[in-house]
Design a protein around this ligand. Structure first.
Ligand SMILES: [Mn+2]
Length: 231
């Protein structure tokens, strides 16, 4: 299991990132079509939470099998892992958070999903023209990226994972401190009305899985390339 993954630069096409998907792969595909996403050369990076809440969580495995799609593990993938591999889990909460599709799968199917979810790194960095762009589901527990990278590579620290996948502190406090050692850090987990930048941390979950819209961020330019709703 690799808890940290480094991805080399894309010399052929665009690198785009998207916030939480939560089973809404058809809406996501429509958004990719709108910006002319080319799977031959372009790549899509996900900050995790591919499953639960929405209608097509089962498609997560097909998407994760695509060579141009890269994702970190969100707290919802972690919930599935915890369910099969033990650990504290409030089943009523999990079901209320959209996990019913998974809980009701035959156990062999659950295992198929969890085996793939376990291959997803907690943290990822992508080499871009303007430097390293990091991806986490929620937030960095450290003020500098190399410390987090070293931690994830060296040991499985439950407290580190907890912040990476669950924290809402930065948005709650409006913390604008940068995460050193990165050009930008891309996160999701907490819905925002529009892509929100705090320091060098970009919050991408604009609730495309709910009543909002998906936002596609170009990693090189740090610009939203998908049209705003109504525009
Ligand atoms: Mn989440």
């Amino acid at each position: 299991m690799n808890r940290f993954q480094r991805v080399a630069a894309n010399r052929k096409g665009r690198d785009l990132a998207v916030g939480d998907i939560h089973g809404h792969f058809l809406r996501l595909q429509a958004c990719l079509d709108q910006v002319g996403f080319d799977p031959e050369v372009d790549r899509l990076f996900s900050v995790g939470d591919l499953v639960d809440r929405g209608p097509y969580s089962e498609q997560a495995l097909e998407w994760l099998a695509r060579p141009w799609f890269h994702a970190v593990q969100g707290n919802h993938e972690a919930l599935a892992v915890t369910y099969l591999h033990g650990g504290r889990l409030d089943l009523d909460m999990y079901r209320a958070a959209g996990g019913g599709w998974f809980l009701d799968l035959p156990s062999a199917e659950q295992l198929r999903f969890v085996d793939i979810f376990l291959t997803l790194p907690i943290g990822m960095e992508v080499v871009t023209r303007n430097g390293l762009v990091g991806l986490l589901h929620a937030d960095s527990p450290f003020a500098d990226w190399p410390t987090l990278r070293d931690s994830l590579e060296a040991r499985d620290d439950a407290e580190v994972r907890e912040v990476c996948q669950w924290s809402r502190r930065r948005l709650r406090e409006g913390d604008t401190h940068a995460v050193a050692g990165l050009h930008a850090l891309l996160v999701g987990h907490t819905p925002v009305l529009q892509v929100k930048q705090l320091g060098n941390v970009w919050h991408l979950d604009t609730a495309g899985w709910s009543s909002g819209h998906f936002s596609l961020l170009d990693l090189d330019r740090l610009a939203v390339v998908s049209p705003m709703p109504g525009a």
